[in-house]
Design a binder for this molecule. Structure first.
Ligand code: ADP
Ligand code: MG
Length: 534
């Protein structure tokens, strides 16, 4: 209970409570959903994001990119954005869908609360509906064939690029996921973070390609250092080899020139000791994060060790993972146990740039060469590949697929409407509200394609009644047809995560009945896309 004494502590704070707090939060969620609803589906429009200071523009059709770049103040909107980002991390797709579903669930909840249904009861009904949906999904999902996987990845990229690039990126992602597939506890997995991306400006995006091994724009320290096309061992140094600066400031009064020579000699001995320690591990290749002195370079050459320096930390980590090395922080502490293995090290040159190419023995690692004729285009291709990889790797973990084109959400809504009356009590109202929220997906897909949302939802409902849950709305032909034949397929994990994530987000907003604004303007909606200056 807030006593009077406590109230006075809140004097600087705006406060909204109960119904008006909820109304305010729902309005914020709806404003956010409105900002991205026009991007949903293959005919969704692009958004141009202009960042404040430098007027840098990004053109994107990606819901989560829009949201993550928006300057949002409202805490509810921030929660929804976090939910959408979580969807992106967990399922690699379905971010716009999550935001739209959350907002619809909240709006429908508010309508029920307005006619006297308690928020706690809405929460219970929503949880029952979500659980029922999760089970029902498995009743009409199917095991993905290789063709289905490719089609699902292509569906996830729909509206993102032109057909040729989409097909190219999807093929590369499916190929990459297959190459990275590993047996793990409890099944299969593929780790998308083992793909290194490098950008090659100037050639068309369809020429983007995947190379097995890690490719870094690095040249070896000395042209006489050997390549190892048949493999060898690698030491990874999270540091460098240069003359040590003394730990304390010392002022030396040089009285004779011999003193400088002696100091110099001492430093060289110190560097030689470190190179000796590296050589004693028996490595063929040294990759270091920092600089390697000229003196050390000569010594390494003499010791027969090939060396690359100034490798960025994330690349160093990738090298360590693909070769199974343990990074060492100090050359003198290197041990043979820290070494990793590679199966080939070669040097390649394209577009006037020299690259090192290494194939690790522990897990090969892959490099995607992202091409494009402009930077904006290249960035969009790189993001498209990330989405595609997320979906392709997801399918390695769970190879079940569902129909797209609003079919899955429609089928669930239809099921829930039949299921609701079997649940005693007012919870059935919330289950019906949940079904209504799911129908927003086919509705908005139709709307974005310039079709009548109401008519299309009715038509889809009737078509599913006749021919089952795989009938969806193909926006490209404006027909209701079997989605497997149309190739509009989605991973089960994407729909599953989107629905359960939206439910959790909506429920956590419903539970809030008191919002304290510390010296902030509580007016909403406060999401506004920034206008590009002309
Ligand atoms: P999200 O961020 O939620 O993935 P998208 O803009 O990628 O949003 O749109 C995904 C939706 O578009 C999915 O519901 C998918 O089934 C649908 N979709 C994709 N291609 C088609 C198509 N040809 N016809 C109808 N719906 C499609
Ligand atoms: Mg998508």
């Amino acid at each position: 209970m807030v006593t009077q004494e406590h109230e006075s502590l809140l004097s600087d704070t705006e406060r909204t409570q109960g119904r008006s707090a909820l109304r305010n939060n729902v309005a914020a969620a709806s404003a956010l959903a409105d900002a991205v609803r026009s991007t949903l589906g293959p005919k969704g429009l692009d958004k141009m994001l202009v960042s404040g200071g430098d007027n840098n523009a990004t053109v994107t059709n990606d819901g989560v990119t829009v949201l993550e770049n928006a300057e949002v103040e409202h805490p509810t909107a921030k929660m929804l954005i976090a939910q959408s980002s979580a969807q992106d991390r967990q399922a690699g797709d379905g971010t716009t869908t999550t935001v739209i579903l959350t907002a619809e669930l909240l709006q429908n909840a508010l309508e029920l609360i307005d006619i006297g249904v308690h928020p706690g009861l809405v929460e219970r009904g929503y949880r029952i509906a979500s659980r029922e949906s999760m089970q029902e999904l498995y009743n009409f999902s199917k095991q993905a064939t290789e063709e289905d996987s490719l089609k699902s990845v292509m569906t996830s990229l729909s509206g993102k690029s032109d057909e040729g690039v989409r097909e190219q990126l999807s093929t590369l992602a499916v190929e990459a996921a297959a190459a990275l597939t590993q047996q793990v506890e409890g099944g299969m997995d593929a780790d998308a973070s083992l793909v290194k991306k490098i950008h090659d400006l100037g050639r068309p995006s369809v020429e983007s390609e995947l190379i097995s091994g890690l490719v870094l724009a690095k040249e070896r320290l000395h042209s006489e250092m050997k390549m190892y096309p048949k493999g060898g061992s690698i030491l990874i140094l999270d540091g460098g080899i240069s003359r040590r600066k003394p730990d304390i400031d010392i002022n030396l009064k040089v009285t004779d020139t011999g003193m400088i020579a002696a100091l110099n000699a001492q430093e060289l001995v110190d560097i030689q000791d470190r190179v000796d320690a590296i050589a004693a591990t028996g490595c063929n290749l040294l990759c270091a994060r920092d600089g390697i002195d000229d003196d050390a370079r000569g010594m390494l050459l003499k010791a027969g060790i090939t060396c690359y320096r100034r490798i960025e930390k994330p690349d160093l980590e990738l090298l360590a993972r693909t070769t199974g090395s343990t990074m060492v922080h100090e050359a003198s502490l290197a041990r043979a146990e820290d070494l990793g293995e590679f199966t080939s090290l070669t040097s390649e040159k394209w577009g006037g740039v020299t690259y090192m190419k290494l194939v690790g023995a522990s897990s090969g690692g892959l490099t995607l060469i992202v091409r494009g004729t402009g930077k904006t285009r290249m960035d969009e291709v790189a993001r498209g590949f990330d989405d595609a990889m997320g979906v392709a790797c997801g399918l390695v973990r769970d190879p079940q697929v569902l129909p797209g084109g609003g079919a899955t959400q429609m089928a669930l809504a239809r099921h829930l409407r039949k299921f609701a009356p079997t649940v005693p009590g007012r919870e059935q109202l919330a289950i019906e509200a949940f079904a209504g929220a799911l129908e927003a997906i086919p509705r908005i897909l139709a709307e974005n394609a310039g079709l009548s949302p109401l008519d299309e939802v009715l038509r889809l409902n009737a078509a599913q009644e006749a021919d089952g849950p795989w009938i969806g709305l193909n926006i490209l032909t404006s027909q209701t047809e079997p989605m497997d034949e149309a190739g509009i397929i989605e991973p089960l994990a994407v729909s599953k995560n989107a629905i359960s994530g939206a439910m959790e987000a909506a429920v956590s907003v419903l539970r809030i009945d008191d919002v304290l604004w510390a010296n902030q303007d509580p007016s909403i909606p406060d999401w506004k896309p920034e206008e590009p200056e002309d």
